[in-house]
Design a binder for this molecule. Structure first.
Ligand code: E4P
Length: 217
């Protein structure tokens, strides 16, 4: 399973990238706002840093404008995945841009039928939002499982990019179900290493080691 980082914060991306934990990056208009950076500048910087796909989102709502925005974003670097919302205009944009050989990430997916449409439009990635479904008392992980089944039934090559990840359990559940990619905030990815028994075990080992009076270096 690939790890994408869901942020436009360069330092956070660089830190995880140095550890080999970054297979790609996703951004959205809210994350660009949070970064305080110009979208073209920060996206270029991210593309220079990371080898894998970097999602940059269009903000137009009509297909012709979305396509124009998508082409402009795609010019930033060869590893740009143009992110479009799951609307009919977004699907039209997806079909046009993927026919041109560009990567497209169809975002704001909340149902299996929407994911089916994105696959038929040739999407490179489909982004089902787990946390936002959980927020309204639906089960986001059921959606990931449904899409996995449907894509496998018909051999769709669109990659399931599980998004709106809020917890470490979301990550392990996605891995178990077989999502192709998760995109998570840096804080969630860093928490994956945490376990209280690791901390407790290390404390005991270090305490016993101190009693040996030995040194390795
Ligand atoms: C995905 O590409 C989105 O940027 C993101 O995962 C949304 O997450 P949120 O629901 O926590 O805002």
């Amino acid at each position: 399973m690939k790890f994408f980082v869901d942020t436009a914060e360069i330092d956070a991306i660089a830190e995880l990238n140095d550890l080999g934990m970054v297979d790609g990056v996703t951004t959205n208009p809210s994350l660009i706002l949070k970064s305080g950076r110009d979208i073209l500048d920060v996206t270029k910087e991210i593309c220079d840093l990371v080898e894998g796909p970097v999602s940059a989102e269009v903000v137009a709502t009509e297909a012709d404008d979305m396509i124009a925005e998508g082409r402009k974003l795609a010019e930033i670097a060869p590893n740009i995945a143009v992110k479009v919302p799951l609307t009919w205009a977004g699907l039209k944009t997806c079909k046009t841009l993927t026919d041109e050989g560009r990567m497209v990430n169809v975002t704001l997916c909340f149902s299996a039928n929407q994911a089916l449409l994105a696959a038929k439009a040739g999407a490179t990635f489909i982004s089902p939002f787990i946390g936002r479904l959980d927020d309204i008392h639906l089960d986001g992980m059921d959606l990931i499982a449904d899409i996995r089944t449907i894509y496998d039934n018909f051999g769709f090559e669109t990659q399931i990019l599980a998004a709106s990840i809020r917890s470490v359990n979301h990550v392990s559940d996605c891995a178990r179900i077989g999502a192709d990619v998760i995109t998570a905030p840096p804080g969630v990815i860093k928490k994956l290493a945490d376990h209280p028994l690791t901390d407790k075990g290390l404390e005991a080992f270090l305490s016993d080691w101190a009693k040996t009076g030995q040194k390795i270096l």
